[in-house]
Write a protein that binds this ligand. Structure first.
Ligand code: PHE
Length: 472
């Protein structure tokens, strides 16, 4: 039943917790801290949040379990693992295209993810400098950027965007760290950083949230995130954004959970592990909202979309908060940790495949792919500067979009949902039920529910995002 000898991976997690931390680290990232709050903000708060939770439980979780079980059955890179499941089910190995599409998606996301992570490094520098200034003035307990106007603080982002060299340099730095971790391997690289960074991340997140709720506008933030306005729910766009966000946030459709699943041992219960990963990821998204919005509302500012919320509105909001520069510094360090445990996952999915395929050492593969992703990412960095009005694919859904937005749309609206759609059709209809049932670790009513969701609800809902995403 196993894959052809030599293709199976010899690497693996040292324990079930290693897997949980690494996979949670992959899921928790800029998607939770940067995109979720701004998506919730622009899509009507509570209605979006409630629908988001439905999407995670009914659609995200069944797909997550399916992806990890494909990987664990094949015990190889995502393409090889999918081929093994197909072969063992008597189906065409062409189904491995689902992993190839996901892998391409992961690689392309990495190209711009690293650019945004570079901005995070820049803000760590800004806040660190401000902490030093505040200590010098004996004013560490005051707000951040004292004596600067709101315009000045908000001006840091356009100033960064105006400096191509700086943006590209920080992008290079972040990519280099990502490559370094992947070169060190699964246990010695990915798992090791997850074991250190994820607990630190959780402590920072809880600390900052408590601070924010205690000193900021907690009531307003709760009302904003949880007030339920059913009229917003029926809005098709809100539903599509929630489903798309759930996929991105859980790292689905990117071959990544297949890749990480392959490093899990046969004893690991995939269903409960997937549930823990999904629950942790969703909690972090919601808690991140409770960390960010009380600060923003206390400053009398409003939620905003895109990069602005985290990189303009939030820093300005720290101006009015006690110990604003210090907490701001901790906040951006926390974001960087989350981004790094995600970027390594994005690089690992293609690395695992390329190194086996070309027979190259892991380090050489990681460096090669890292350089390629870096080079492509330069165009995304410059999309905030000189290439802002360059529209390389001026048709259909890409019309009027610059390079960065094209990669974002192509991955988020096409590659990831397409791969996840194929995963649900493959596991729901094509793969041998004895094989998938044997891997998944659930029985009884829960098992029947999963079968129903993966065969019916998932392909229909994901197929719908794909179609509406393309026509709207
Ligand atoms: N889930 C990550 C985030 O929320 C992004 C990601 C997508 C990581 C796909 C790996 C694969 O930031």
């Amino acid at each position: 039943m196993a894959a052809a000898a030599g293709k199976q991976t010899t690497e693996g997690w040292s324990s079930r917790w290693g897997f949980i931390l690494a996979a949670t680290g992959s899921a928790v990232g800029l998607g939770n801290l940067w995109r979720f709050p701004s998506e919730a903000g622009t899509n009507g708060g509570g209605a979006f949040v409630i629908f988001y939770i439905f999407c995670v439980v009914l659609i995200g979780l069944p797909v997550l379990l399916s992806e990890t079980l494909i990987g664990r059955h094949g015990k190889a890179d995502a393409i090889e693992s999918t081929k093994t499941v197909a072969r063992d089910s008597g189906a065409s190995t062409a189904w491995s295209a689902l992993a190839g599409i996901g892998m391409l998606g992961a690689f392309l996301i990495l190209t711009f993810y690293s650019v945004i992570a570079g901005w995070v490094i820049y803000y760590i520098g800004l806040f660190a400098g401000d902490v030093a200034t505040s200590i010098g003035n004996g004013a560490l307990l005051g707000g951040a950027f004292q004596g600067e106007s709101l315009e000045q603080v908000q001006g840091y982002l356009p100033a960064l965007f105006a400096d191509n060299g700086l943006m590209i340099g920080l992008h290079a730095l972040f990519m280099a760290v990502t490559v370094f971790v992947i070169a060190r391997g699964v246990g010695g690289g990915i798992e090791k950083i997850a074991v250190y960074l994820m607990p630190t991340f959780f402590i920072l997140l809880i600390g900052i949230t408590l601070y924010s709720l205690a000193t900021g506008a907690a009531g307003e933030a709760f009302a904003f995130l949880f007030a339920f306005d059913p009229s917003r729910l029926l809005h098709g766009n809100v539903m599509l954004s929630a489903l798309g966000q759930a996929f991105f946030s859980l790292s689905l459709g990117s071959a990544m959970m297949i890749t990480y699943g392959a490093y899990a041992d046969r004893k690991t219960n995939l269903a409960s592990t997937s549930a823990i990963i999904a629950a942790a990821d969703t909690s972090v998204a919601i808690i991140a909202g409770l960390a960010i919005f009380p600060i923003v509302f206390a400053a009398g500012l409003a939620s905003d979309s895109g990069p602005t919320l985290m990189f303009q509105v939030l820093p300005a909001s720290f101006q009015t908060m006690p110990a604003g520069s210090f907490i701001g510094l901790l906040f951006f360090v926390m974001v960087l940790f989350a981004a790094l445990t995600s970027s390594v996952a994005l690089l690992e999915a293609p690395t695992a495949w390329v190194m086996k395929r070309l027979g190259l050492p892991r380090a050489v593969t990681a460096i090669g792919l890292g350089i390629l992703a870096f080079a492509i990412g330069i165009l995304s960095a410059m999309s905030f500067n000189s290439l802002e009005n360059w529209h390389p694919l001026n048709f259909s859904i890409f019309e009027g979009q610059n390079f960065f937005s094209i990669v974002d749309i192509f991955t988020g609206k096409i590659l990831l949902p397409l791969s996840a759609f194929l995963v649900s059709v493959f596991v729901g209809w094509i793969a041998d039920k004895r094989l998938t049932d044997d891997e998944n670790g659930i029985s009884g009513g829960l098992h029947l529910t999963w079968r129903f969701l993966i065969a019916w609800l998932c392909p229909i809902a994901v197929g719908a995002i794909l179609v509406f995403g393309l026509i709207s």
